[in-house]
Structure formats: C-alpha cells, structure tokens
Design a protein around this ligand. Structure first.
Ligand SMILES: *Cc1c(COP(=O)(O)O)cnc(C)c1O
Length: 389
C-alpha cells in the first residue's frame, strides 16, 4: 500500500461525513442500537462494533487503520500514552510465575514495570545485553513467556538483530514485543520481520507537534483482540477521540517531517563531529556507530535523536552549555517540531560528576524542524560561552 494513500485516504469514508476532508471528532461516550439482538452481539464481542467509547470509536478507527497499514500489520490499538501501550502488551501475555527476557536499559517506564510492578505478581525479568543473540539464548528459561526489545533505544541507540531474535523466539514459542519508537514504521518494520507486537509512542513522531500523548500497538487481529478484551477495556487507557484526531493530523506530515529532520540531523552531526569540543557522537547511521552495519541492514533511516559527549571538565561546564542555548530547549521527550537538549548529568550532583566518566558528559540532542544553520549557530554560541571565557 502506498504511504501517500495510507496517510491521506485509508480509513476515511468521507461520504459519511459531508465529504469533509478532515475527519470529524466523534466526541461521544456511547452509541445507540436499534435492535436487542445487536446489543446482544456487542455484549458478546465489543470488538465487533460501536457500543461505548472505552472500546471502539469511529475517529479512533480511522487512526487504527492507518497505523496498522503503516506497520504492515493486521490490526492496531491506540492508547492514551506509550507507557499504557507497553503495559498492556506485556500484561496480556504473562501470568503469575512467568519470566521475561528484556533488553537492558529499556525505556524508563518499561523498566519500572519489570522491576517494581510485575514482581508483585510473581513475574521476574532478566536483562540482557541485546547486541549479542547468545545473551538471549542463555537467558531463556522454561517459563519465559515474553522477549521485550527496544531497537534502537533512545539514549545510546543499541540495536538487536531482530531477525535472529524472532527465529530464536519462534523456536521457543515466546512472544516478542518491540518498542519501535525511534524508527517509526517508516524506517523499520518489525511486524514484517516476524515480531509479534510492535509498540511505539505516538507522543513523539506520530503527533509531531508536542501537543498530545498517545501509544500504539500493532500485530495480528487475534493478538489485538486478546489485548482489547482484557487490558484495553479493563484499564480503560484507550486514546480519546480528540487526541486521536490530533494524531491523524500529525500523520499527514509524518513522512515530510521525518525526511526534513533526517537531513537537518546530518548537518548538525557534521558540525558536532568537526567541533574539537566534541569527543564523539552516537547516531545509529553514523559510520562511527558500533553497530553501524546492523543499523544499515535493518533500518531504512534514522531521524533527529542523537547523543554526543563533550569535553567538559566539570558539571558546571555542561550546565553552562545547556543554559546558554537560546533556541534549543531543555526538556524531556522528542519527536516534536522543537529541538531539545537533555544532559545526562542532570541526575548527578556536582560531587558525583566524574569528568573521566564519559557517560557523565553525555548530552542527548533532538533535532526538530528548525533550519540546520539556526541550530548550529545556537550550539556554536553555547560552546563558545563555556570555552572562551
Ligand atoms: C516517550 C517514550 C515512550 C513512552 O511514551 P509515552 O507516550 O510518553 O508514554 C516509550 N518508549 C520510548 C522509546 C519513548 O521515547
């Protein structure tokens, strides 16, 4: 299916709403039925039609169709946040006494779920260095139910060989889940590689405007129905119609935004790499990246999220650098229109800071929709402020 068709037309039955180009926000909690037998059918299977907006809703339906098609998946569920999507995907596939193998350093709230929530229900997690398939092989136990992946992750961009993990998981009857937020379905298609559930936070690139949260799961119709019937309806964390409408709007420009951001990122990367104050950069599609070959093989592109290490002698220098930026904002998140900086040392006290520890001097930069020159001059001014005093 053409991406242009998916983004502009798929799921949009415009003749049902006055041929309006933009879809309506069906802001309703419930839907009337005309026949008792219709009601009976909906009670038996709420995934089959409109009954109540904690379940299905027509505005959200449009979004689901588009997101499933982008991933090459049969079906899709959209949640109120990425964290809710992660939680539902794992919860639906484990029971008390089960074991999970997760890639190390997964997204904060995935890790919190593994470390704090699931142990209360007798579910344990083993973290593995996901750069080597042997580590997954060694970690699998007879009660392993789920392998949880994030490739690349959103700090140091470590990858897993998805095909190899899928082959291993299938031979052991283990469900695979991946956080695909970094690449989006435009640049990596885990479902086509055989992953069971692809998750992404829609808060980032799908929304693209830093004005709503959302989370996506795609997979087989059977898997989506399983999650819908239990976690989706029970936790009640499905996306709201207005937020779904914002995500449909975000999708219109997804491809254009990603292409522009990918180009700008190349310019910013070149600038950082030639700057003597940069020790090194981390970006999956840069030749210096340790897993560059695998990244080229498995990803069609990478966008605006990169990290770099600056040659700072103290935490104060990094603080001064970040606080001297006039346009690049200091904030969590990424994927929106605005460029952002996040220093790793924000979680350290000045005494804990060790300039010999490279990780302490790491900064994560998200390149947004601004012009490359505008961002480069902002970075350049901030570098000058700290090194030319
Ligand atoms: C932001 C993020 C999430 C969580 O998404 P929310 O919508 O904020 O709940 C999950 N994974 C990655 C990689 C993220 O960056």
């Amino acid at each position: 299916m053409d991406i242009s068709f998916i983004l502009n037309e798929l799921g949009e039955d415009r003749e049902h709403y006055f041929n309006a180009v933009a879809p309506p926000i069906i802001q309703t909690s419930n839907f009337k039925v005309d026949k008792v037998d219709e009601l009976k059918k909906l009670f038996e299977d709420e995934f089959s039609g409109y009954l109540y907006s904690r379940g299905l809703n027509p505005t959200i339906e449009i979004l689901r169709k588009k997101l499933a098609a982008l991933d090459g998946a049969e079906d899709c569920l959209v949640f109120n946040s990425g964290a809710a999507a992660i939680f539902a995907s794992v919860l639906a596939n484990i029971k008390s006494g089960d074991h999970i193998v997760s890639v190390e350093k997964p997204y904060t709230w995935a890790q919190r779920m593994f470390d704090v929530v699931l142990p209360r229900f007798g579910v344990s997690t083993t973290y593995v260095d996901g750069t080597k398939i042997e580590n997954f092989e060694r970690a699998i136990l007879p009660n392993t139910a789920v392998i949880y992946l994030e490739s690349p992750n959103s700090w140091d961009y470590q990858l897993q060989d998805l095909k190899a993990v899928v082959d291993l998981a299938k031979s052991e009857n283990i469900i695979t889940i991946i956080d695909n937020s970094y690449c989006t379905p435009l640049y990596q298609k885990p479902i086509e590689l055989g992953i069971d559930i692809a998750m992404q936070t829609a808060t980032k690139y799908i929304s693209g405007h830093s004005d709503t949260l959302g989370g996506v799961l795609t997979g087989s119709k059977k898997m989506m129905k399983k999650i819908f019937d239990s976690e989706y309806l029970n936790i009640g964390s499905g996306i709201q119609p207005f937020n779904a409408w914002l995500l449909i709007r975000g999708l219109r420009t997804l491809q254009a935004r990603l292409e522009r951001i990918a180009r700008t990122t190349q310019g910013v990367l070149s600038y950082l790499k030639q700057n003597p104050k940069t020790e090194s950069v981390l970006f999956p599609l840069d030749e210096s990246f340790p897993q560059y070959e695998l990244a080229k093989k498995q990803m069609k592109g990478a966008c605006g999220l990169l990290s770099f290490y600056i040659r700072a002698r103290s935490r104060q220098e990094i603080t001064d650098f970040c606080e001297s930026l006039r346009h690049i904002m200091m904030a969590v998140s990424w994927g929106g229109h605005e460029s952002l900086i996040l220093p790793k040392c924000a979680s350290l006290t000045p005494n804990e800071f060790d300039p010999k520890n490279k990780e302490h001097r790491m900064l994560r930069l998200y390149v947004g929709l601004e012009d490359a020159d505008y961002l480069i001059s902002d970075l350049d001014n901030a570098f000058k402020k700290i090194y030319e005093r």
